[in-house]
Structure formats: C-alpha cells, structure tokens
Design a protein around this ligand. Sequence first.
Ligand SMILES: NC(=O)c1ccc[n+]([C@@H]2O[C@H](COP(=O)([O-])OP(=O)(O)OC[C@H]3O[C@@H](n4cnc5c(N)ncnc54)[C@H](OP(=O)(O)O)[C@@H]3O)[C@@H](O)[C@H]2O)c1
Length: 279
Amino acid sequence: MMTIVITGVTSGIGKSLMQMFLEKGERVIGIGRSKERLIKLEQLFKERQFKHYDLVKADFARLSDIDEAVVYIKKRYNYGIDVLINNAAIVPQKKHITEDGYELQFQVNHLAVVKLTHGLLPLIQMVSGVVITTSSNAHRPAKFVSNDLEATRRYGLLRSYARTKLYNILFTRAMNTYVFPKTGVYSYAVHPGLVKTEIGTKDTSRLYAWFWRMFTRRGISPDEAVSTYKYLVYDHARDDACYFYLCEPEKMSKRAASDAYRDALWQATNQLLGLDFEH
Ligand SMILES: NC(=O)c1ccc[n+]([C@@H]2O[C@H](COP(=O)([O-])OP(=O)(O)OC[C@H]3O[C@@H](n4cnc5c(N)ncnc54)[C@H](OP(=O)(O)O)[C@@H]3O)[C@@H](O)[C@H]2O)c1
C-alpha cells in the first residue's frame, strides 16, 4: 500500500485523484482549504466505505497552515510518503494580497507547492518517492520577469495564472537538478488537459464564470483527467522527461526549459521562504 498526499481534494481533479487512489487500495492524505467541503468529502468516503484516508485542513493563503499540516503529517506518517501531488490552485479575477504579503495566485499556486514539498521531503526521501505538480499548457505564453515574479505590476488573472504554471515546471526541473541527485526524489509536472471543473468560477465575475463554463464544455471530466497521474505512479519507467500530458512527455515552452529561469526562480523562491533544500 502506497501513502499518497494530494492537495486540493475537495473538488475537480484533486477529488477524482483521491478517489482513484483510494479505489486502488492506497492510503491517501487529502488536503483542502474548506472545513465544510472536507466534511462533505468525508461523508462521501464513509458511504463508499473507504478506510485508509485522512483529511487535513490547510488554507494555502496562510503559509503557517502549511507548517501545521507538515507537522501533523510528519508525526502521523513517519514511515514515509510515496507520492506527493501538488494539485491545488486558484485563478481569482481580482488581485488579492495574502496576510503573508504575497499575491494570492503566486502564493497558492507556487509558494505553497515549494513550501509543502520542502516540508514533506524527508518523508518522501525515506522511500525514494515522487513529487507530481499539476501545471498546465497555459504556461506557454508566460513571460519570466525576474524583478516582478508575482506579476503584480499589471495584474491579469490569466497572465498571473500562466506564470504560476510556468513556475510549476521550472520548480519541477529545479527539483530534478538539485534535489534528485541527493535524495532520489524525482519530480514530474503534468498538464491534465482541458478539464470540466469549477476553477474558473471561483472568485471570478458571473461573466467570466459563464465564459469558463462555455470554454470547458468540450473538456474532459475530472475522472478522465487522472490517467497521466496514474500512469506516472504505477507504470512509468523513469527517464529524463518531466512534463507529461496524456501519459506522454509533453513539449514545454522555451522559457520553461530555460536553465537560467529555473535557477533564478529556485534561488528567489528559496530566499523568499527562507528554505534550504540542500540540508
Ligand atoms: N480545469 C482545467 O482545465 C485545468 C487545466 C490545466 C491545469 N489545471 C490545473 O489543475 C489543478 C486542479 O484544478 P481543477 O481544474 O481541478 O480546479 P478546482 O476544482 O478548483 O481545484 C482546485 C483545488 O485547489 C483548492 N484550493 C484553491 N485555493 C486553495 C487554497 N488557498 N488553499 C488550499 N487549497 C486551495 C480548491 O479548493 P476548493 O474545493 O475549496 O475550491 C480545489 O480543491 C490546478 O492546479 C489547475 O491549475 C486545470
């Protein structure tokens, strides 16, 4: 039985991922930001008679919530984590600054990924596990602006979102360059495809929510979107590829493949969060 941690399990792809791995007989620790939605999910899991699950509340808009979640998981699952799936993300229409002082998308979609991965790394390292981060082909138009990493100068929901999804790939590549050789922990980023979820309706205008629903009408269901994660966890023989779509290596943008951007983001993020992956 594998032990798998997944973020953003109260809806969309994360919820489908958690159910898929529970159906496969794995032990799954799901992280969600809303107590009410976690209670609802627990009811569903009880009805489905799943046994080996845990639900942890952590709102990534508060970095201290991540510290608390890490302390809890480390204490309870001290025998190791086989897979961490960083899946939670948000695309708010208006710019919000968190109580930690960061733009909300930058914090939830990027900083939280790095912080949680760093916190759980000792457990993942124990079993030479893997880290999978949900990115997106929406990263393609994203620019890398080293003196405006948060993209707050001219906030636009898609501009900021695209940058955070670019960061997900750059982070994945940095993990494989700097962390994998020392720990054996390999990282992947996944484009799940266009998926019919509610992500574009959360903290957006009615018009934007309508547009998102129209846009995703041709998308796949969250249950269909889990195939690449399943493939990476059970069937993939590791090679140098790290960005996947439909169970195949996917082409990333030139900026995502840039070593200079990889290193600049790695250094800036670790400095912002006061992290040291080397020790
Ligand atoms: N849908 C697509 O077409 C598509 C395409 C490419 C990539 N993606 C990526 O797929 C991943 C999952 O998105 P989705 O489409 O499944 O949308 P979703 O259903 O909205 O899932 C996002 C999850 O993140 C959680 N979340 C949001 N803010 C959070 C916070 N502050 N702290 C902790 N968790 C938070 C949400 O919690 P709540 O349930 O409480 O809202 C939700 O469970 C994201 O990384 C997204 O960028 C999606």
